[in-house]
Design a protein around this ligand. Sequence first.
Ligand code: GTP
Ligand code: MG
Length: 425
Amino acid sequence: MNFVDIAKIYVKAGNGGDGAVSFHREKYVPRGGPDGGDGGSGGNIIFVADENMSTLLDFKYMQHYRAENGENGRGNNQTGRNGADLIIRVPVGTIVRDMETCLIVADMSYPGKERIVLRGGKGGKGNARFATPTKQAPRYAQPGQKTRERRFLLELKTIADVGLVGLPNVGKSTILSVLTSARPKIANYHFTTLSPNLGVAKRYDKSFVLADIPGLIEGASEGAGLGHDFLRHIERTRVIVHVVDISGIEGRDPFDDYLQITKELASYSERLSYTPAVIAANKMDITGADENLEVFKQKLRQAGIDSPVFAVSAATNKGFEPLLDALVNMLDRIPKAYEYHEEHLPDEAPYSEPLKVKVDDDGVYVVSGGSVDYILDTTNPNDPDSMHRFQQLLIAEGIIDALRKEGVQEGDTVKMGEWEFDFVE
Ligand SMILES: Nc1nc2c(ncn2[C@@H]2O[C@H](COP(=O)(O)OP(=O)(O)OP(=O)(O)O)[C@@H](O)[C@H]2O)c(=O)[nH]1
Ligand SMILES: [Mg+2]
């Protein structure tokens, strides 16, 4: 079976390149100024809805997707090259969900739709950017922003205007082939169709997308048999055509079949019970169908079901005009296919923990979170300028205040990351 409609993949946008620490060098020119360039930004992860794709099969074989990292900055004020974006093509109707947060980050609902789902890390600033009139030779630069790998769940929920739904062998695929130029496999055995087929049906100047959904069976909504896998493809159709085999040739009662299917749909998703529906009573060419149709209609009336019934024969291509007219009319009045609300993943924030001061058992004041990592990353302890900036940052970023609040005294030990130093007023 080549049809896959669910897949898990690993995705990572590119890291930002590091800013460079470098100084201008030229013969006979001593003490050149800082000329470390910025790092390039990492590549984005972009999803594109491709109408020529119909399955997520490729993602079973290839599960890791990484956009290129940004290049590090270089001396002579050379900015690192940006990492290339990575484009991931998926079938139209694919929903992309972040598995950690469960957020739907993209609904690839129409052909050609493009979504940047993960942004590459920003490049770090080179030391040239840290130069000021008072600090002319900064020996520090900013590291690039590192991105995290994420796990995405891809789920294909076919988008069609009208879905043909029914038990196996009732003639759904035959109807699709009569109404559209699609050529699905048709055969006189159950579960001939193993994946949704799409076609474009036309009526005068109107057209709509028709989907032939594989046959459902009882218990499908609880996961029994093949049927369950396909319920997700019905979720987004705007109108449902219940196809029943009115000939009763397989010894089944079309009314029972109809009830069974509506029950399965409703227990899969409540929304499906509100999807507008019509009934196509197929195989009218077979002897006895006329009488069965009357009985069927009567049972519907008794049950208070008012879905319109259209008597058709896919084998002889009869009775479809009124059905098409009804579908076109309904579609005119029904809003577009249901689209999921897309949410943004929280920004990659490498320095996002709140600032915290903790006194450990040895009386050491341990500072973490806030801009601590950023400050450490951009400080060069062997450079007096850099250390001066460090002290100013401790004040500007509220770290000194936070330490005082915890009761720090002159001479106490303060620890930040791997660094330890004495607190001096
Ligand atoms: N006599 C007659 N036979 C039909 C008609 N429509 C379909 N059939 C036959 O019924 C059988 C099943 O048709 P399909 O179109 O494959 O049925 P399906 O609903 O797609 O079946 P699954 O894919 O298994 O769910 C085939 O042998 C068709 O030729 C019809 O209007 N009249
Ligand atoms: Mg079929």
